[in-house]
Design a binder for this molecule. Structure first.
Ligand code: CA
Length: 441
């Protein structure tokens, strides 16, 4: 994928809010999501975010405002999920992005001719309900941050934090798709088997070690047939775009159940995602080199190694976790940032994750979600989960209002944000991925 006209930093839109400094959705972004207007009896459909508005792609098509080469993709925006659009592959989706960009530019001929189109094709976000962007058939969670793997590993195996397979295999497990929820959905504290005392049998109780995990979500676009691995040189062509993922985790349930098959009920009670899917094309200006392996690390095996992926397979996405407790909410205090990290620190690229996932012939379908694994860096304030941030609760977080946290308390709201910025390009963002903990049943 190459840079093109839609990435130009000079572009501005007749949608004024797209130019608001710090907006996640300038005209250079145009992420896709699913919405319906609040209070209307109508089917959800696909829109693109710009400023504080949603462009109703179907309405643009009906008004005859899109270039002919965008019609194939625009027709797929009449559906109530992105799966049909995702399946088309990069070129038709790129044509739609270009057509929307041209329509929304300040010098758009269509807008000059008839400024009334604004009323007919835009829906203010505050008048819309957002839906899950895709019907997610399968969800796989990776473990691609070596800092995260090392941190968590060293809590359990101080002398041998990284298992011998880590630098060869992009480690992952199959997650639960049915409990993926949209930002803003309340998350109920799970109960489960917990064994606090190794001398006693486990008991069922609400989790006391509830945690978040800051992750990037990767939506599969073009599917691959069962039995047909996707070579790494084609992997990006099978990726539609990215969102934010909070892989909520009950550490006390996890530490008892995880052996020998990995996480199960400690993760499957809820996974929160952000509503807007930022296309790989929108992320193109923020490509970065893959993780630079130290000389004594093994090279990736041939099926995971491609020059271009090593040069440009990384993504320079900056991510943050913010926390707002019930007390902070009562006092109208803003959320406080508890960590920030960068996706450039990941040991595996998104193309490597996809190539590995299909290397045994496993078929990925449009709308399947791959998550990166917790995004942590080398510094303490770049750790993307509380178990790392507080070192299993040993070093509580001290919040500015005097509260402390080891793990999440009922009423805590976790807000994840991410953005990309680079000189010469417009800053783009992902929108919030938020969820509040409510008490166990
Ligand atoms: Ca995870």
């Amino acid at each position: 994928m190459a840079l093109n006209d839609t990435h130009r930093v000079e572009l501005s839109s007749w949608v004024e809010s797209a130019q608001t400094p710090g907006s996640d959705f300038p005209i250079q972004n145009l992420p896709f999501g699913v919405f319906k207007r609040t209070g209307r009896i109508e089917s959800p459909r696909v829109g693109a975010a710009i400023g504080d508005q949603i462009v109703d792609v179907s309405a643009c098509l009906d008004e005859g405002l899109l270039a002919p080469d965008a019609h194939t993709a625009a027709e797929r925006c009449r559906f109530s999920q992105l799966n049909e659009l995702m399946a088309l592959g990069p070129e038709p989706i790129s044509a739609l992005r270009r057509a929307l960009s041209e329509l929304l530019r300040g010098d758009s001929a269509a807008y000059r001719r008839d400024p009334g189109i604004a009323r007919r094709v835009l829906v203010p976000m505050y008048e819309a309900e957002l839906r899950l962007p895709a019907t997610i058939g399968d969800y796989t969670d990776f473990y691609a941050s070596i800092d995260h793997a090392r941190n968590v590993g060293s809590m359990f195996r101080p002398n041998d934090p990284l298992l011998p397979n880590y630098k060869y295999v992009p480690i992952g497990y199959h997650g639960r798709a049915s409990s993926i929820v949209l930002t803003g959905t309340q998350v109920r504290r799970p109960a489960g088997q917990i064994r606090d005392d190794p001398e006693q049998p486990p008991a069922v109780a609400p989790s006391r070690r509830l945690d978040y995990e800051l992750e990037l979500g990767i939506f599969v676009g073009t599917p691959n047939a069962l039995g047909s691995p996707v070579p790494i040189i084609d992997a990006d062509r099978h990726i539609f775009g990215c969102c934010l993922v909070n892989d909520w985790s009950a550490r006390d349930i996890q530490s008892w159940e995880y052996q020998p098959l990995g996480p199960f009920l400690s993760k499957s009670f809820a996974t929160t995602i952000s509503p807007w899917v930022v296309t790989l094309e929108a992320l193109e200006p923020f490509r970065a080199p893959a993780y630079v392996r130290p000389d004594d690390d093994p090279a990736p095996l041939p099926y995971l190694l491609w020059d271009a992926d090593q040069r440009r397979g990384g993504l320079d996405i900056r991510l943050e976790v913010h926390l707002r407790t019930a007390t902070m909410r009562q006092r109208s205090q803003d959320p406080v940032r508890v960590s920030r990290s960068r996706f450039t620190s990941m040991y595996w690229t998104i193309a490597q994750l996809l190539a590995h996932h299909t290397s045994n012939g496993c078929n990925l379908r449009s709308g399947d979600l791959l998550a990166s694994g917790t995004i942590s860096g080398a510094e303490p304030d770049s750790r993307g989960s509380l178990i790392e941030r507080t070192w299993r609760g040993r070093d509580p977080l001290h919040l500015p209002n005097g509260e402390t946290r080891t793990f999440l308390v009922d009423g805590d709201e976790v807000i994840m944000r991410a953005y990309c910025e680079r000189p010469g390009f417009a800053r783009i963002g992902f929108g919030d991925c938020r969820g509040m903990i409510v008490p166990a049943l």
